[in-house]
Design a binder for this molecule. Structure first.
Ligand SMILES: Cc1ncc(COP(=O)(O)O)c(C=O)c1O
Length: 283
């Protein structure tokens, strides 16, 4: 596998990371996951913008975020993924320096890593829907920053796996915020409900795309938190994300959503999403 490391393309085995890297020691870094459909990078500009914002928020100095478009395209090509569905993982950390909490002084270069791999659409999950569980949101209050420190997400996702579920949804102050690696929306009386953007959720690109599809499809949207106590009254639930796309949720813990089958608005949005992907231009 050809990867990108600190400015050069090289086989993954040749990547040599310092044990002093602050990504390794502190989770001090920012990442992105970009989908590529048949060689076309999906919403690359949005991923670049989110990464630039994240780096700025945590004060990591790495100006060349715009260069990631070309890096991603070359990784897709060189790994023979141009006619497949793939993801590119991008990570920038504050670099390697002897372990001290404060920023390295003088500053050290950021560590940059990117790799591409094939992904299979989760067709069965998209078709039949998934089970999720609810977990307390024990994360920090800057969930809008896509940082590599993901221990609460890791623990919650493992709990989901242990309980036979595909995803765990974080509940903060009684409101269902998002999944461990996905956004979240509900349908209630014909209206799509999703938590408003804030520091408590990631600015999900798939969520943005879904809201735009709602507008196109004439589905009314209300950006309002979905309360856990109202969850049993909703008609449909779905999770949203890169590779997850729009996946119906048909079971929460031990109870079924509606009649236990994906609902009509979820289906309508899934179809619109697939149509949009099919219409993407080649790079
Ligand atoms: C916590 C969290 N929320 C939402 C998402 C969905 O974001 P996107 O649609 O940009 O993939 C992700 C994706 O990894 C995530 O980790």
């Amino acid at each position: 596998m050809i990867t990108y490391f600190n400015g050069a393309f090289m086989p993954k085995e040749r990547v040599c990371l310092s044990p002093d890297d602050r990504g390794f020691l502190f989770g001090d870094g920012i990442y992105e996951v970009v989908a590529s459909y048949g060689g076309t990078l999906f919403r690359m500009a949005d991923h670049v913008a989110r990464m630039r914002r994240g780096l700025r928020e945590v004060r990591i100095d790495f100006p060349d975020v715009d260069g990631f478009g070309a890096v991603c395209a070359r990784l897709i090509r060189e790994n023979g993924l141009a006619d497949k569905n793939a993801t590119v993982y991008l990570q920038v950390t504050r670099g390697a320096a002897p372990r001290k909490h404060r920023f390295p002084a003088p500053p050290v270069p950021a560590t940059v890593y990117a790799c591409a791999s094939e992904f299979q659409l989760h067709e069965a999950e998209q078709e039949k829907g998934i089970k999720v569980i609810l977990v307390p949101d024990i994360r920090w209050t800057r969930c809008d920053i896509k940082c590599v420190a993901l221990l609460p997400n890791v623990l919650a996702q493992q709990r989901a796996v242990d309980e036979g579920a595909a995803e765990a949804l974080f509940v903060r102050d009684g409101a269902v915020m998002e999944g461990t690696h996905s956004g979240f929306a509900a349908v209630m009386k014909g209206e799509l409900l999703t938590a408003p953007e804030s520091n408590y959720i990631l600015g999900s690109i798939t969520r943005e795309v879904t809201l735009a599809l709602c507008e196109k499809e004439g589905v009314p949207v209300r950006e309002f938190p979905v309360l856990e106590e109202h969850l049993r009254e909703v008609d449909e639930l779905m999770i949203l994300g890169t590779t997850t796309e729009i996946t119906p949720v048909v079971q929460v813990g031990e109870w079924r959503v509606g009649d236990g089958r994906p609902g009509p608005i979820t289906r309508q949005l899934q179809k619109a999403f697939r149509r949009m992907v099919a219409e993407l231009d080649a790079v």
